[in-house]
Design a protein around this ligand. Structure first.
Ligand code: 3EB
Length: 328
């Protein structure tokens, strides 16, 4: 038997003037900026920042190789892999076909690599809430995603985010973090697992875990909203949804035995209505330490009654003290 390879240190941070050619850069996510066609690691994310937005840098302490294969772009180093794909719905008969295609290409490609464990995925699709009932585009996306994941034999779901963008019509962007060692999927004790949602939310439940403990001990946190059990709470009340979301996030940190968010916990805050941004920013300021890095992006949440969603990272502190984990 071949033993699992050692992984190099991996970290995520926000930085305003980050460059894709800094040593060890695995990915550089640029929110709403002009495309950067030169380097496969510099990915334009089709979401509009609502405040001055830094870039999100994924960094490894290792040499990085990168390239493209068809529509797919990738970078790998130290046992970690960034992979991304933009798919156009018109080439796949709609969002369901586009999602199936994106996942089957991505999973097929990843399965052949040393970094074959799909840990964390982001999905940005156009007009996510358009369509009624089971025809709603998010629900069709879920059907196609499950089919794309299923055909390649994935049974352990990655952590994920699925958000609606207002950029190019028909553009589906999927990007992911993979590694040469598996992670540990975690569920939220306050929430029904998404893959076990009842039928009322669509024909195929969403294929994601609430969080993924990465092989380095950090936590990749899925998009988290004001969902308790399987119900959305606080209809049309953005401030109350922020509070509920923060309670959900804390429950997830506790389940992972991680302390409070701190400077090593960059968060992305997706806001449906730009007009709610100030209220959401203020509500968050009372619930998160000032050192917690956050970006505010305009994004539609997959249920139309939800106004805000948060995803992010929480890194394992290097030295753990009793005091460090006892704040509540
Ligand atoms: C929820 O709790 C909110 O379909 O990949 C959050 C994170 C949500 C990921 C996905 C959906 C997804 O159901 C929505």
């Amino acid at each position: 038997m071949v033993s699992a390879p050692e992984l190099a240190p991996f970290s995520v941070r926000y930085e305003h003037d980050a460059s894709h050619d800094a040593p060890g850069t695995l990915a550089l996510l640029q929110f709403g900026e002009a495309d950067c066609p030169g380097d496969p690691r510099a990915l334009r994310v089709p979401l509009r920042p609502l405040r001055a937005a830094p870039r999100e840098c994924w960094q490894v302490d290792a040499q990085v190789h990168c390239g493209r294969e068809g529509a797919l772009r990738w970078a790998a180093g130290g046992g970690w892999l960034f992979v991304a794909l933009n798919v156009h719905e018109r080439e796949h008969g709609g969002i369901e076909g586009a999602a199936e295609h994106a996942y089957s290409v991505l999973c097929g490609w990843v399965a052949a690599r040393e970094e074959r464990h799909l840990l964390r995925v982001w999905n940005y699709l156009h007009a996510i809430n358009q369509g009624e009932g089971d025809q709603e585009r998010y629900r069709r996306f879920c059907v196609g995603r499950a089919r794309g994941l299923g055909t390649k034999g994935i049974t352990r779901y990655p952590a994920a985010t699925a958000i609606g963008h207002h950029d190019e019509e028909g553009l589906l962007q999927v990007y992911a973090l993979c590694a040469a060692q598996p992670g540990e999927a975690l569920e939220n004790p306050r929430q029904v697992s998404a893959w076990a949602y009842p039928r009322q939310y669509g024909p195929t439940p969403p294929s994601f875990a609430r969080a993924m403990k990465l092989p380095n001990g950090s936590l990749a946190i899925s998009g988290t909203a004001a969902v308790v059990g399987h119900a959305s709470l606080h209809d049309r009340d953005a401030t109350a949804q922020v509070s509920e979301t923060c309670i959900n996030l804390r429950a997830l940190l506790a389940a992972a035995s991680l302390p409070e968010f701190d400077a090593g916990s960059p968060l992305k805050v997706y806001i449906r209505n730009a007009g709610d941004a100030s209220a959401i920013e203020a509500a968050l300021a009372t619930r998160l330490g000032a050192s917690v890095p956050r970006v505010f992006l305009q994004g539609d949440i997959c249920r139309s009654e939800l106004l805000v969603e948060i995803d992010g990272w929480s890194s394992q502190p290097r030295v753990r003290t009793a005091a460090g984990s006892s704040r509540s």
